[in-house]
Design a protein around this ligand. Structure first.
Ligand code: ADP
Ligand code: MG
Length: 338
């Protein structure tokens, strides 16, 4: 059984950045306004995330890392109104099967914080001979989750990881994208033991300031806001975003194309291709645009059965939605051109 759990977990979490994305979404879902990430060895030795969100109640702690433990879906009918999709109550469980997970958490009504350690989905003692938690401890409101020795029991996964530096960059990029997308939340990322942050976004910074901090002044200064609402007939409720105009021409750099659907960072290659195609009609060869788009789609139209590691998302009326988004982008670009 434990081998099956481990292999299943290793399909969901293939690198530290996958674990971080899940934990980051949990912190955001918990209503945090400040989220700090610390990593050692690219998040392989230590990956720690601290937030000031709702915290977890003591009684929920013993089952926190059991599969399908979720506070986000009480009845099946909730499915339609849910903003998350695909993958419920499996993230922490999966992580606990391929790493050592510990949590320090306090709700605002609890007199103290609680500390727990988990392995293979279960509460375990911090030290041999001790009783398994939750243990009372002093702490602030919010949650700190520490993941240590990722893939300690999964050598093939461990071997397939890139260098610590590359894994750290992947972590950083996930946080950067959520920082652009999530207004009114501050974020920081640093390597364990280093005094300077690799990323600092203050809660009060607006989207333009965030784009400047994450990318560059030249991106931030050459940006057009995108906004459109209610294409009910194709299930598209809202499109928001920021896209680079035609003056921005960051040669040689990678194109930055960032999509959020219903507040989850996703890949959507058909949409990406179509958008880059529009730009290529305007920009010189090799010029790389910046595109950040946030789509709100009727959850009933998203494919919730897609495998969780495939960030690639599928949805109904895909062609119509892509056409619609492309039209908005096209007209935004040609207006600036005039
Ligand atoms: P899901 O997010 O799909 O519910 P997870 O395995 O990611 O499943 O998390 C399980 C549960 O643990 C969540 O539903 C939530 O109740 C709780 N949880 C996880 N992280 C946090 C956090 N940072 N703050 C508060 N609650 C959390
Ligand atoms: Mg989650």
């Amino acid at each position: 059984q434990s081998v099956v759990n481990k292999i299943a977990a290793g399909e969901i979490i293939i690198a530290p950045a996958n674990a971080l994305k899940e934990m980051l979404e949990n912190s955001i879902d918990a209503g945090s306004t400040n989220i700090q990430v610390v990593a050692k060895d690219g998040g392989i030795k230590v990956l720690q995330i601290s937030d000031n969100g709702s915290g977890v109640m003591k009684d929920d702690l013993p089952i926190l890392c059991q599969r399908f433990t979720t506070s986000k879906l009480s009845t099946f009918e909730d499915l339609g109104s849910l903003n998350t999709y695909g993958f419920r109550g499996e993230a922490l469980a999966s992580i606990s099967h391929i790493a050592h997970l510990s949590i320090l958490t306090k709700t605002k009504d609890s007199p103290c914080a609680w500390a727990c350690h988990y392995s293979q989905g279960k509460l375990v003692p911090a030290k041999a001979g001790e009783s398994p938690g939750p243990k009372p401890i002093a702490g602030k409101n919010g949650t700190q989750i520490t993941v240590e020795n990722l893939f300690y029991n999964f050598s093939s996964r461990l071997k397939s990881l890139k260098s610590s530096n590359e894994e750290f960059i992947k972590i950083l990029e996930v946080v950067q994208k959520y920082a652009i997308h999530t207004a009114n939340v501050g974020f920081s990322v640093k390597k364990l033991g280093e005094s300077h942050n690799s990323l600092t976004i203050r809660e009060s910074q607006n989207i333009k300031e965030r784009i400047r901090a994450v990318y560059s002044s030249s991106v931030a200064n050459n940006i057009i806001p995108i906004e459109s609402q209610d294409m009910a007939e194709i299930g598209l409720k809202e499109v928001n975003g920021q896209i680079s105009n035609l003056n921005y021409n960051a040669n040689k750099k990678k194109a930055q194309v960032v999509f959020f659907i219903n507040n989850r960072l996703v890949d959507c290659d058909p949409l990406k291709k179509s958008l880059l195609n529009i730009y290529s009609a305007y920009l010189p060869k090799g010029a790389k645009p910046f595109v950040y788009l946030s789509l709100s789609i009727n959850p009933a139209q998203l494919d919730v059965n897609i495998h969780p590691t495939k960030k690639e998302v599928r949805f109904l009326h895909e062609e119509e939605i892509i056409d619609f988004v492309c039209q908005i982008v096209q007209s935004a670009l040609s207006n600036v051109d005039d």
